[in-house]
Design a protein around this ligand. Structure first.
Ligand code: ASP
Length: 338
């Protein structure tokens, strides 16, 4: 049987099994025997982008305290802002694209380099859990658009309207001028000139010293229909290497994709850089593309290494991150280049 035919047959079997609610392990990114891989004793810690990461960290911390895997913790953690209608850049209540559709991007990665992602997913409040299902229940890494929605519905997720009155009203205001200038991030600029990006990227280490990460967003406000940023792209918005550490990003996704930012940060940590120094080098890489001249957009990276050390760095002032471990529950402001 040709490879192609074998794949098609496998996929058909998988869909049938999925619809029948059966485990797809044989055809998926199989979960290895834990004992083979998890021998260390870790110091649990969870870090996430922005100050609203603090409540998300609290949910993740409860999962870590119960001795569950880091990947379970980060999924539980980022579901908090996903469900919060007041958070207008993640999940329910997120700002729509320029045509008024709320489209969500998310990805998740575990200690075995298993990963799942969804992009341009509509009507589902918890894209991170759909990404988790892609990881756990399919042979694939990423599903997009209608296919991602179809998969989510088959998995039992509920179809909902995610556009809140507040976000709809703001979008209608924006429509009057329709000023589409994502490079300058005008729609996200706060009074006083600070930049307000709100993707949540979360990284954790569990009791066994294993790592996991999650990233979820409604993306850039009033983006073009179909635009996908860095957040659901493994290596760009998130990367986890259980031997080295993990990284995530927030800010103008196009800039992060160009340098495959989170993977770059992890590779720099592999070379021995502290998380903060690795994030700084990645930020410098973006700045150097612009000949080191100050740029008017924001990108911030956040990283956690295998020793439980963390750090962040951003292009502009205003990038904050939240940390939770057995000693601290704090919000930090990242250093910045410009
Ligand atoms: N990184 C996200 C994106 O480009 C947006 C953000 O973090 O503000 O979609």
């Amino acid at each position: 049987m040709s490879d192609r035919r074998r794949f098609v047959k496998l996929s058909m079997l998988s869909s049938a099994a999925l619809l029948a609610g059966k485990s797809l392990n044989a055809a998926t990114q199989a979960l290895p025997d834990d004992k083979q891989y998890t021998t260390r004793k870790g110091k649990p810690v969870v870090v996430s982008t922005w100050d609203f990461g603090q409540v998300a960290n609290a949910a993740a911390w409860r999962v870590l305290e119960q001795d569950h895997r880091a990947v379970d913790a980060v999924e539980a953690g980022v579901r908090v802002p996903e469900a919060d209608p007041e958070n207008q850049s993640v999940g329910y209540g997120g700002r729509p694209d320029r045509d008024g559709h709320v489209t969500l991007d998310a990805c998740i990665m575990d200690e075995y380099s298993r990963c799942g992602a969804v992009a341009a997913l509509e009507h589902i409040k918890h894209p991170i859990s759909v990404a988790r299902m892609v990881m756990d229940k399919t042979p694939h890494v990423m599903l997009v658009g209608d296919g991602a929605l179809q998969f989510a519905l088959e998995c039992g997720f509920r179809k909902e309207n995610l556009l809140t009155t507040k976000s709809k009203r703001e979008w209608e205001q924006w429509l009057k001028k329709s000023e589409y200038a994502p490079q300058n991030n005008i729609e996200n600029m706060l009074p006083g000139g600070a930049y307000n990006h709100d993707t949540i990227g979360m990284l954790a280490m569990d009791n066994r010293g294993d790592m996991g990460g999650a990233c979820t967003t409604s993306g850039m406000a009033y983006k073009m229909r179909g635009r996908v940023g860095d957040s659901p792209i493994i290596g760009a918005g998130l990367y986890v290497d259980n031997e080295v550490g993990a990284a995530t990003s927030s800010g103008v996704g196009e800039e992060v994709i160009r340098i495959v930012g989170s993977h770059l940060v992890v590779e720099l940590m592999r070379m021995g850089f502290h998380p903060e120094a690795a994030c700084r080098k990645a930020v410098e890489r973006i700045a150097n593309r612009n000949a080191g001249k100050p740029v008017d957009f924001q990108v911030g990276f956040l990283a956690l290494n295998k020793h439980g050390e963390y750090g962040a760095y951003a292009l502009q002032e205003g990038f904050t991150y939240s940390v939770r471990n057995d000693k601290e529950d704090r919000i930090f402001e990242a250093k910045h280049l410009f």
